[in-house]
Design a protein around this ligand. Structure first.
Ligand code: NAI
Length: 458
């Protein structure tokens, strides 16, 4: 008899299992994939970051001449790049198995179903447990009319494992996955066209910052076709043909490609668990409904991560998992969803926390804003990484409401603003904090000073 069985060993599930074991619960974690770490470690965050780093190094060679470094004869060994990525993934997934052993978490290999609250079935084995935590994550949302075969028409999984650089890759969706993987293949030599339904890229990111990102990504080679709804992809002798409708105009266009990546969002994975029979309530978009302590509508069954509403991010799933099991152990776990950062690991990076200017306007909230461009930051000038800016949004009395960065190292720079928001710091307090010179972080200080009407270098 277990205290807790976690279904799914992604970042949400495996972290929840470890934390529950630390708190003295008898825990098992069920995983059917054959390796631990879920989408993030196996076919998501980690392999994409490995390829972004490797392809970034290759792309950087073209710009070294400006630094007085001549490179001759550089060439791409795609097989070696992919093998390195696979090794990074393999080492990390094995690391989780080690953490399970160290913390006394039992691993049950196979796909789980829940015949009733208090029971988990895996193959022929039935396990009794006081509590069940569903952490089954998400999968790519399919696009009607476009069949993913992972050969020519790819999801992110296929786009992380191509054996050759495609000539023309068309990416459907200018969201996080489309831009990150689009940039990988663009850097490795493919022509990459990103087709997007909306009239902007990166929905959900502050509009000003998304515009800066689009400009910078275009400069680095990505082509954008916005305001296009893809309706079908057909295979012919000479490759693939996309049919698209101009949104609002109704006119039809076609586009030829030799590979297509479908990246139009992700949806929860709940099939096969038996939730219908159990009566676990699911909302209209297919996410499990939970209360603030992650309880589903069925007592003893909890859910976290990508299969419940909220940002579909590994670090949010981890926070959910820890808070959920802390509640089970009688503690007061809490997640502040207003301060969950989001990072797009393109070059330049895009990072954000809190509210966008559009959201503040829509809600009729009073705000002040400050902005500082990296062009005016001395460290950015010295490194040749001047694209982008820091933007902060605050209440008229200085409370940080949101922060958005496009630029090199944005994913690291945002951490300071996440901490500031979490601790309720004002822009005056961030601006009064000593920032090292020369550093990119000075742009954060200057954006806060700008909101206060006293930027020093602008
Ligand atoms: P997304 O929701 O970020 O972007 C999907 C885009 O596709 C949207 O811009 C949407 O307007 C567009 N779209 C939808 N239907 C379309 C159509 N028929 N034709 C053209 N465009 C269409 O989804 P994405 O990039 O697939 O990512 C899925 C999830 O994975 C996101 O929630 C994201 O947060 C997460 N993720 C996070 C990463 C990170 O934190 N660095 C990396 C990769 C994924």
């Amino acid at each position: 008899m277990y205290d807790l069985i976690v279904i799914g060993a992604g970042p949400g599930g495996y972290v929840a299992a470890i934390r529950a074991a630390q708190l003295g619960l008898k825990v098992a974690c069920v995983e059917g994939r054959g390796s631990l770490g879920g989408t993030c470690l196996n076919v998501g965050c980690i392999p994409s970051k490995a390829l972004l780093t490797s392809s970034g190094k290759y792309a950087e060679l073209k710009h070294l001449a400006a630094h007085g470094v001549a490179v001759e004869g550089a060439s791409l060994d795609l097989g070696a790049m992919m093998a390195r990525k696979d090794k990074v993934v393999g080492d990390l997934t094995k690391g989780i198995a080690f953490l399970f052993k160290k913390n006394g978490v039992d691993l049950i290999e196979g796909w789980a179903t829940i015949p009733a609250a208090g029971t988990v079935q895996v193959g022929d084995e039935t396990y009794e447990t006081a509590n069940i935590l569903i952490a089954t994550g998400s999968e790519p949302t399919p696009l009607p009319g476009v069949e993913i075969d992972e050969g020519d028409v790819l999801s992110s999984t296929g786009a992380l494992a191509l054996e050759e650089v495609p000539e023309h890759l068309v990416v459907i969706g200018a969201g996080v996955i489309g831009l990150e993987l689009g940039q990988v293949w663009s850097r490795l030599g493919a022509k990459v066209t990103v087709v997007e339904y909306l009239d902007r890229i990166l929905p959900g990111i502050d509009g000003d910052i998304a515009k800066l990102a689009q400009r910078a990504l275009s400069k680095r080679g990505l082509k954008f076709q916005l305001g296009r709804a893809v309706q079908s992809v057909t295979k012919g002798d000479n490759g693939l043909t996309l049919t698209m409708e101009r949104v609002g105009k109704g006119t039809e266009e076609t586009l030829e490609a030799d590979k297509v990546l479908v990246a139009i969002g992700r949806r929860p994975v709940l099939g096969g668990l038996g939730l219908d029979t159990l009566g676990v309530a699911v909302n209209g978009r297919g996410f499990i409904e939970v209360d603030e302590t992650f309880r589903t509508s069925v007592p003893g069954i909890y859910a976290i991560g990508d299969c419940v509403p909220g940002p579909m991010l590994a670090h949010k799933a981890e926070e959910d998992g820890v808070a959920c099991v802390e509640h089970l152990a009688g503690l007061n776990g809490h997640v502040d969803y207003g301060t969950v950062p989001g990072v797009v690991y393109t070059d330049p990076e895009v990072a954000s926390v809190g509210q966008t200017e559009e959201a503040l306007k829509d809600a009729g909230t009073d705000y002040i804003t400050g902005k500082f461009t990296f062009m005016a930051n001395s460290r950015a000038r010295a490194s040749g990484e001047t694209d982008g800016a820091v933007k902060v949004l605050a209440s008229p009395d200085g409370k940080l409401l949101g922060a958005h960065i496009c630029g090199a190292h944005a994913g690291d720079l945002i951490a300071e603003l996440v901490l500031a928001m979490t601790k309720g710091a004002t822009i005056t307090e961030v601006a009064a904090t000593c920032h090292a010179h020369p550093s990119m972080a000075e742009a954060v200080k200057e954006a806060c000073l700008d909101a206060l009407g006293r930027a020093l270098h602008a």
